[in-house]
Design a binder for this molecule. Structure first.
Ligand SMILES: Nc1ncnc2c1ncn2[C@@H]1O[C@H](COP(=O)(O)OP(=O)(O)OP(=O)(O)O)[C@@H](O)[C@H]1O
Ligand SMILES: CC(=O)N[C@H]1[C@@H]2OC[C@@H](O2)[C@@H](O)[C@@H]1O[C@H](C)C(=O)O
Length: 392
């Protein structure tokens, strides 16, 4: 048994999720026991600096170094805090903070040259610093090896979902609704043909999760609120379906997987375009939020109906958006008769699933087990994910 800490701050940039777990087993046959989980919000100033960089603000190398240090220190502190009152951990898996993601095969905003063959992805919060500050071996930089092998570098949680959520008879989808949404499709697990089962697993980023909703709430409340708690604001509005249809024409929704995205696409500029469109339809604030929530739900389901081999028998939500009850209800209605539940209902915390996943990816790295799935990321082969930083 290895006691592992998983750390991540996702695209919502709301804070560092830390999970303390005990892991045993090998490959896809794992036992993972959740010991503790907590979210440590970023200090206001640090969060603002991260969001500005994510929105494309130019910074000097000196500022980049400072930002990297501040994030590494905050991650190390989170690792220390989560161990209080518990037996110490032997290993840390730290995703860090994504500040830039340019998926393979996509040109970026500034670059109109032909499509980039390789992707580029940058997570700040140096693992070497975390290892030194905590005295615990730390695995980080999980995405770069998959990207170097021609993959999207995301989603990486799909193989972990396969280990934790597969069912012998049932096809399942695990739908994360973070800042960005992603899914893992798990066909029934047939142990007699493990390679065949693995090859049929799918996963990709579906598009916006909470990113547009959070940005809209901040815009509409002049920054006094950061998200639509339980979706109650959107629930009091009326979505404009004509606008949702129009927004759904966006290229990303029609791109076949493998695909991944980020705040570079579904960020501030995207919301500004949506606001401009909504003015033409004379939508008030609540109707705008209801319409953006409808886009989020409809785009997820559009991905299912367009690109899955078949609809799953059950969908399990995770990530903060699983608490948006209006969004969850709309997903349930749009996917009828497929039941839409949360991963809590099968015993795994919907809030800490991503942090747990990076603990598992670090465990796999230490065992020398390749953590990516080429059918998900599009990489040319299975590769070891993450760089190991020893504490001495
Ligand atoms: N009670 C709630 N009601 C509605 N939305 C909520 C609630 N709690 C959290 N959220 C949403 O969840 C978001 C955070 O989700 P989460 O922490 O899963 O995202 P993330 O991990 O940063 O993103 P990603 O998975 O894209 O990396 C918040 O910004 C908010 O929009
Ligand atoms: C580059 C990056 O950080 N991507 C995140 C982001 O947040 C959600 C979605 O986009 C996802 O695919 C990915 O993270 C999760 C943890 C993953 O790799 O599985």
């Amino acid at each position: 048994m290895t006691r592992v800490i998983g750390l991540i701050s996702g695209t919502s940039v709301d804070g560092i999720d830390a999970a303390l777990v005990d892991i045993s087993g090998t490959g896809f046959d794992l036992q993972v026991e959740f010991v503790a989980g907590a979210t440590y919000p970023y200090q206001d100033d640090l969060r603002k600096r991260i969001l500005a960089v994510c929105a494309g603000q130019a910074i000097s190398m000196a500022e980049l170094a400072e930002l990297d240090d501040a994030i590494a220190i905050a991650f190390a502190q989170a690792a220390q805090n989560i161990q209080v009152d518990h037996q110490p951990a032997n290993l840390i898996g730290s995703h860090g903070q994504t500040v830039y993601h340019r998926p393979a095969g996509v040109g970026d905003r500034e670059n109109t040259s032909p499509r980039h063959r390789l992707g580029y992805t940058l997570q700040l919060g140096r693992g070497a610093v975390i290892a030194q500050l905590t005295g615990i071996t730390t695995v980080n930089n999980f995405r770069v090896a998959d990207v170097a092998a021609g993959g999207q570098g995301a989603p990486l949680v799909s193989p972990v979902d396969a280990a934790l959520f597969s069912h012998p008879q049932e096809a399942r989808c695990i739908q994360n609704i973070g800042g960005i949404g992603n899914l893992t499709y798990l066909p029934p697990r047939q142990d007699s043909q493990p390679d065949h089962w693995l090859e049929k697993i799918r996963g990709w980023d579906t598009g916006p999760g909470n990113s547009l909703l959070d940005l809209a709430v901040q815009y509409l409340t002049n920054g006094t609120k950061t998200y639509d708690e339980n979706g109650s604001w959107a629930a009091s509005g009326t979505p404009c379906h004509a606008l949702v249809e129009h927004w759904l024409e966006q290229e990303y929704f029609h791109l076949p997987p493998p695909k991944s995205t980020g705040r570079e696409l579904f960020g501030v500029d995207y919301l500004q375009e949506c606001i401009k469109d909504s003015e033409q339809y004379q939508l008030n604030s609540v109707d705008l939020l209801a319409t953006l929530t409808e886009l989020t739900a409809v785009s997820i389901v559009h991905n299912y109906r367009s690109f899955l081999p078949k609809l799953p028998e059950r969908v399990f939500l995770c990530g903060g958006g699983s608490r948006n009850l209006y969004l969850k209800n709309r997903l349930q209605q749009l996917l009828e008769p497929v039941p839409v539940l949360t991963t809590d209902e099968v015993g795994l915390s919907a809030d800490f699933k991503e942090a747990i996943a990076f603990a598992v990816l670090a465990y796999w790295r230490q065992l020398g087990f390749p953590g990516n799935l080429p059918t998900v990321t599009g990489a040319s082969k299975r590769v070891l994910l993450g760089e190991i930083n020893f504490s001495q």
